[in-house]
Design a protein around this ligand. Structure first.
Ligand code: SF4
Length: 214
């Protein structure tokens, strides 16, 4: 029986296809097909028949470089994955964008908890504790450069900079915080990759900023 996430996925696919991040999911004769959004009709793609291959595809960009951030806009092209059922679509999407359909489902229910960036930084321990010393001005610049959709990350930011509600960065366009906006810049209808809490990579980048000054 389909779980809640798969039911939500079925709703997202009700019109026959789904765009999320750099992925498009299309109906196929025997089920569903996942492709890079830049390859919707290409015929010379490497074909895979299991959701598990998504993990390998997601690991490297077109140049063979490791992708530390799954939602960076550098997913490799040239492949297609054909699977039979929604469970397999969900598993493949989880390899590309971990738990992002879960996040949409939680947001629909009003149950997606967001964490202010300062709270995330203040709870760090060990070598990352120092990251909390970063200034608001430095954070403003860091988030603008690190999280930007063109070259940084395709997620839609839901968190605020601090519990008082300061914006994450005044240098990001307001579309970066709009779940209805296609962060790839194509202007197509798509499901959002929600960011409810700053990732470890942003925390590590904040630490680097502080370390440079000490
Ligand atoms: S904090 Fe969120 S938006 Fe920024 S890089 Fe990390 S995952 Fe992407």
């Amino acid at each position: 029986m389909a779980n809640g996430v798969e039911r939500r996925l079925a709703e997202l696919l009700a019109d026959g296809d789904l765009r999320i991040g750099q992925i498009i999911v299309l109906r196929a004769n025997s089920g569903w097909e996942l492709r890079h959004r830049d390859d919707p009709v290409a015929t010379d793609l490497r074909a895979y028949d299991s959701a598990g291959h998504a993990a390998e595809i997601a690991r490297f960009d077109d140049a063979g470089k490791y992708r530390a951030l799954k939602s960076a806009p550098n997913l490799q092209r040239g492949w297609r994955i054909v699977v039979r059922d929604l469970e397999s679509v969900r598993i493949a999407l989880d390899h590309f964008y971990p738990a992002r359909i879960d996040a949409i489902l939680a947001a629909d229910k009003g149950a997606l908890r967001t964490t202010p960036l300062r709270e995330t930084l203040n709870r760090q321990s060990g070598i990352y504790r120092i990251a909390a010393r970063i200034s608001d001005e430095q954070l403003n610049d860091l988030v603008a450069g690190f999280c930007r959709s063109d070259g940084g990350c395709l997620r839609t930011i839901l968190w605020r900079r601090d519990p008082a509600g300061a914006p994450p960065s005044t240098k990001l366009p307001r579309e970066k915080f709009d779940a209805a906006h296609d962060q790839t810049g194509r202007g197509e209808p798509c499901a959002p990759l929600l960011c409810q809490e700053a990732c470890n990579l942003l925390v590590a980048a904040a630490r680097k900023v502080v370390k440079r000054e000490t």
